[in-house]
Design a protein around this ligand. Structure first.
Ligand SMILES: [Fe+2]
Ligand SMILES: [Fe+2]
Length: 295
């Protein structure tokens, strides 16, 4: 155990660079249901480095364009809001959270793959339940585990021991964190996103994704959805830790909470959904490629 643990965690958070204003503003706009591309364009244009990134991605070879994209409006129209959501969060989170290369304890490739997969799956579940794009669920999924990176910064040695314990005893990261550190990434992540002034939905998803019933009422369904996506990401091998043995999705807190709002979930064929998620791999690859080009 570390003395004055939470004080130290708060210090780590205080020392992290703030979320760039452009990312905070974009997250707020993209978390509303009514996304106006003109507003997004104005926000991005105010940050030269973000604007450059957007143009860079829009012009990247994978999009195979004959002529260059030179305007932000054009780039946004082409990329769509999915990619923008990813861009703005990756840009902000990666800037502040990627540890210096020599001090990496967490396998960042695996970490971000799990995060991207959770975001993509969260958006897919939303698509089964409601109409609308569900961009906020993608973002919420993408950043639900950022607290792991905060705890890693607190002490690389301790976090290495935590990850070691997950492998040795086949337990979850959460369980290992609680045993070794006495603190866990969900609470640390919630604190970080609060400091970054992100919309409440993201703070709650980070803070409560392992215990959706603890989320405040207006966000409980969103948290349950991200929590379910987190489990499905791990079940479909986009995990960050090991322990998924004996998990029955329909008996989880997350599934039951969602079922209350969406009774149609009672007939939901989880096995088939998980099977269909294999098709999401291409989408996950694509979003991951985007993420890599920024970090
Ligand atoms: Fe987690
Ligand atoms: Fe997770």
């Amino acid at each position: 155990m570390i003395d004055d643990l939470w004080e130290k965690i708060e210090k780590v958070i205080d020392f992290l660079p703030p979320m760039p204003p452009v990312a905070t503003e974009l997250a707020a706009v993209l978390s509303s249901d009514d996304v106006d591309l003109g507003t997004i364009s104005r926000i991005i244009s105010r940050d030269p480095s973000m604007a450059t990134n957007v143009l860079k991605i829009a012009n990247s070879a994978a999009y195979g364009l004959a002529s260059k994209i030179t305007g932000i409006d054009q780039a946004i129209g082409m990329l769509g809001t999915n990619e923008l959501a990813s861009l703005c969060m990756c840009y902000g989170a990666a800037r502040g959270l990627t540890p210096p290369p020599r001090t990496v304890t967490v396998d960042l490739d695996r970490f971000w793959r799990h995060s991207v997969a959770t975001g993509v799956i969260a958006r897919k579940i939303w698509g089964k339940l409601e109409t609308g794009r569900g961009e906020q669920f993608y973002i919420a999924g993408l950043i639900h585990d950022v607290g792991c990176l905060v705890l890693d910064r607190l002490s690389h040695k301790v976090y290495a021991a935590i990850l070691d314990l997950t492998r040795k005893e086949n337990i979850s990261v959460l369980e290992a964190e609680r045993r070794i550190l006495g603190a866990s990434h969900d609470v640390a992540g919630g604190l970080l996103l609060e400091k970054w002034c992100l919309p409440e939905i993201f703070i709650e998803c980070a803070r409560c994704h392992h215990a959706p019933s603890a989320a405040s009422e207006p966000y409980r369904v969103a948290v349950a959805l991200v929590s379910l996506a987190n489990m499905l990401a791990r079940l479909t091998l986009h995990g960050f830790d090991n322990d998924m043995s004996g998990l029955i999705i329909s008996e989880t807190d997350a599934f039951r909470l969602l079922e209350k709002t969406y009774p149609q979930l009672a007939g939901f064929d989880i096995v088939k959904f998980v099977w269909d998620l294999e098709q999401a791999d291409r989408e996950i690859d694509e979003m991951e490629r985007l993420h890599r080009s920024l970090t």
